[in-house]
Ligand binder design. Sequence first.
Ligand SMILES: Cc1cc2nc3c(=O)[nH]c(=O)nc-3n(C[C@H](O)[C@H](O)[C@H](O)COP(=O)(O)OP(=O)(O)OC[C@H]3O[C@@H](n4cnc5c(N)ncnc54)[C@H](O)[C@@H]3O)c2cc1C
Ligand SMILES: O=C([O-])CC(=O)C(=O)O
Length: 398
Amino acid sequence: MSPGRAARRLGSGLGAGSGGSARVPPGNARRRATLRRGWGPPPHQVDTSLLWLCILEMAAPKVAVVGAGVIGLSTAMCILETCPSCSVTVFSDQFSPNTTSDVAAGMLIPHTYPGTPIHVQKQWFKETFTYLFAISQSAEASEAGIHLVSGWQVFKNTPKEELPFWSDVVLGFRPMSKAELQKFPQHQFGQAFTTLKCDCPPYLLWLEKRLKATGVQMYTRKVADLWELHSEYNVVVNCAGIGAHQLVGDKELFPVRGQVLKVHAPWVKNFIRNGDGLTYIYPGIHRVTLGGTREVESWSLSPDPGTTKDIFDRCCSLEPSLRRAQDIKVKVGLRPSRWCVRLEREVLSQGGVKLPVVHNYGHGAGGFSVHRGTAKEAACLVGECIAALQVSSSKAKL
Ligand SMILES: Cc1cc2nc3c(=O)[nH]c(=O)nc-3n(C[C@H](O)[C@H](O)[C@H](O)COP(=O)(O)OP(=O)(O)OC[C@H]3O[C@@H](n4cnc5c(N)ncnc54)[C@H](O)[C@@H]3O)c2cc1C
Ligand SMILES: O=C([O-])CC(=O)C(=O)O
C-alpha cells in the first residue's frame, strides 16, 4: 500500500483542515434554495471571464467533494483545471476498488435520461468521448486503462430508432452487413461501431494519482450531513452516487442492481451487446466483462449464484467460445438511477449561515459515458458559487 493510500485509510479520524470539527445544525429547520442552471448554453459557451475574475480575487477558495467514484474524482479534476487556485479535498467512505464505479463495465455507450434534453446528453457524451479518446492515443493509455474497442450491438427486431443520438460521436457507426449478421442467427438487425472502454479500477487509480499530484487531499470518511463541512469549506460538491439517497434524502434516486462477471478470455477482442441492454460481452485490457442484470429498487450487494449461471449462459449463446472462459469473478453494483442526473446548485441555509452546494449524482447506467461532460458542468457551477460568495463578501465590506 502506498504511503498516501495508507494515510488515507487511516484518515477517518480527521485533524485540522479536514472539516472534522464542523457544527451540524438540525436538518428539519433548514431552508433550501435551489438554483437550477437550466438547460441553457453548455458551460463552454457561457462567458465565464467575469466569473473567473471574481474567483481570482478570493484567495484559494476551499472546495470539498464528497464521493470518490468516477463522478467525484473527475469533478475534483475539472474543478482544479478550471480553478487552479482552489484547494480541493475529497471525502469518501469508500475508494477504489470498493465503489460502484469499480464494478461497471466502463463502456462508452450512452443510456438515455428521460428528464434531460437529448442535446445536453449528447454534449456530455461528446466531451467525455473526446477526452478519453485523447488519453487512448497517449502514452498514458495503458496506465489509465482506456482503449478503443470495436464490435456490434444486435437486435432481435429492428429498433424504431435506427440511428441513436450518439451515432456520430462514436467512430464508424454503420448498420451491420448480412454477412456480419450471420454470426448472430437469432438477431435480424445490428449496428457496428468503435467506441472507448475504461478499465474502471485502473482509471479510478489514475484519476486519484493525478489529483494527489496536484495536492488534492483525500480522506476516508462517511459524511452524514453536508453541514459537517460548512465551517471549513466555501463550497461542497455532492458526488455520492446512490449514497445521496441517504445523504440528502433524495427520494427520486433509486438503485438498479447490476450483477456482472469478470472473466479471463483473452481471445475475445470485439464487444457484443444485445440491444435490450441485458446481455453484453465487453473485452477490457485484462479481463472480459459479461453482463448483466437490471433489478430496480434492489439494494442487495450479494452475488446471486443462479444469476451468475444465467448471465454466463446468455453470453455463451452470443459468443459460444466463452464456454472456455476461466477465473470467473462475480461483482455487484447499485446504479444510482434517477429521472435525470441531478446537476445543479443549491444554497443550504440555517440560522443566517449559508452553504453553497453543487450536486452531481444520479448517473444511473451511464456514469462512465458522460462523466467528463457532467464534471465540467459541475466545475462551472462551483465557479458560479465562488463568484457569488465573492460578490456577497464585497457587498458586506461596503
Ligand atoms: C453492473 C454495472 C455495469 C455498468 N456499466 C457501465 C458502462 O458500461 N458504462 C457506463 O457508462 N456506466 C456503467 N455503469 C454505471 C456506472 O457504474 C455509474 O453510473 C457510475 O459508476 C456512478 O458513479 P458515481 O461516482 O456517481 O457513484 P459511485 O461509484 O458509487 O461513487 C460514489 C462515491 O460516494 C461515496 N459516498 C456515498 N455516500 C457517501 C457519504 N455519505 N459520505 C462519504 N462518501 C460517500 C462512495 O463511497 C463512493 O466513493 C454500470 C453500473 C453497473 C452497476
Ligand atoms: O448497458 C450496458 O451496456 C452496460 C451498462 O451500462 C450497464 O450495465 O449499466
